[in-house]
Design a protein around this ligand. Structure first.
Ligand code: SAH
Length: 271
């Protein structure tokens, strides 16, 4: 079902929607969170003729209004990296829903990108190292690179080579292009369950696909003081926050229930 087919609820309906209903990633049918941005986007398209950048800004404002972003830095980076450059042509860019990107993969919903950026914010300071496993469209890799800056390092690892190629093209069109050119941002084809040892240890690791259990190489490549955000589970999944303590031990907590595509082998994903 396309979220564009949903009727727009009135503003008062939207305000009363429980935030819990907005928590799920959703790879299947639309959720109650979708119309709020779908409506505002189509309104801006029909009435104001605003530029993509303006519509992206409006999307970020909506997420703030609904309490889904509270961090100024996350607002800044999501305003800087225009989501429309990362979705396939003809796909609505500013709707709060995951969208198919081919190869049985999706770009995550804006509120999930916001949630993960917020959870990792302290570990995405200038100069830090970030790893984005299952980088898909490259959207979050571009956000990470922007936050850690040219002295930092943002690595995307994706196992579908075609997605690696298209994500590089997406990033080249975005505000993170100079970081890609300068070498502080790179995207690689590989099995993300092995991490990317070359630039380890990482202050921040994000996993964009659900693992049956947390891959040990990713824990090993987390810096003491570092944080990993990873969806874990098969049908029922939790977004887990894994903090590596300074003594090397790890603390794990569940942030929220989510629904992501699986972190798996390329063959399993494509069949
Ligand atoms: N954060 C990305 C999410 C893409 S969906 C975005 O918003 O664009 C999850 C991605 O994980 C898919 O692109 C899928 O191909 C990739 N993936 C799944 N298993 C993987 C693995 N073992 N190694 C690397 N990438 C994997």
């Amino acid at each position: 079902m396309s979220s564009d087919n949903l009727a727009c609820p009135s503003t008062s309906d939207l305000r009363t929607q429980p935030v819990a209903a907005l928590d799920k990633e959703g790879i299947g049918p639309a959720m109650t969170s979708i119309p709020m941005i779908a409506c505002s986007t189509s309104l801006s398209e029909h009435h104001s003729g605003g530029s993509g950048t303006n519509k992206n800004k409006q999307m970020v404002e909506q997420l703030q209004r609904y309490g889904l972003i509270s961090s100024k830095k996350v607002v800044e980076v999501m305003e800087t990296i225009d989501r429309a450059l990362f979705v396939p042509d003809g796909t609505p860019a500013y709707v709060d829903s995951p969208m198919a990107i081919g190869y049985n993969a999706t770009i995550s919903a804006p509120h999930m990108h916001a949630t993960c950026l917020q959870l990792l914010e302290e570990n995405l300071q200038p100069g830090m190292h970030a790893l984005d496993v299952g980088s898909g469209t490259g959207y979050l890799t571009a956000c990470f690179a922007t936050m850690v800056g040219p002295q930092g390092r943002a690595i995307g690892v994706e196992h579908i080579p075609e997605l690696v190629a298209s994500s590089i093209k997406n990033i080249e069109k975005s505000a993170a292009a100079s970081l890609l050119k300068g070498g502080s941002l790179s995207v690689h084809a590989g099995d993300g369950r092995e991490g990317w040892p070359e630039h380890a240890p990482y202050d921040a690791i994000h996993v964009g696909a659900a693992a049956p259990e947390i891959p040990q190489p990713l824990i090993d490549q987390l810096k003491p003081g570092g944080r990993m955000v990873i969806p874990v589970g098969k049908i029922f999944q939790d977004l887990q926050v894994v903090d590596k303590n300074l003594d090397g031990s790890v603390s794990i907590r569940s942030e929220t229930a989510v629904r992501y595509v699986p972190l798996t082998s390329r063959d399993a994903q494509l069949t």
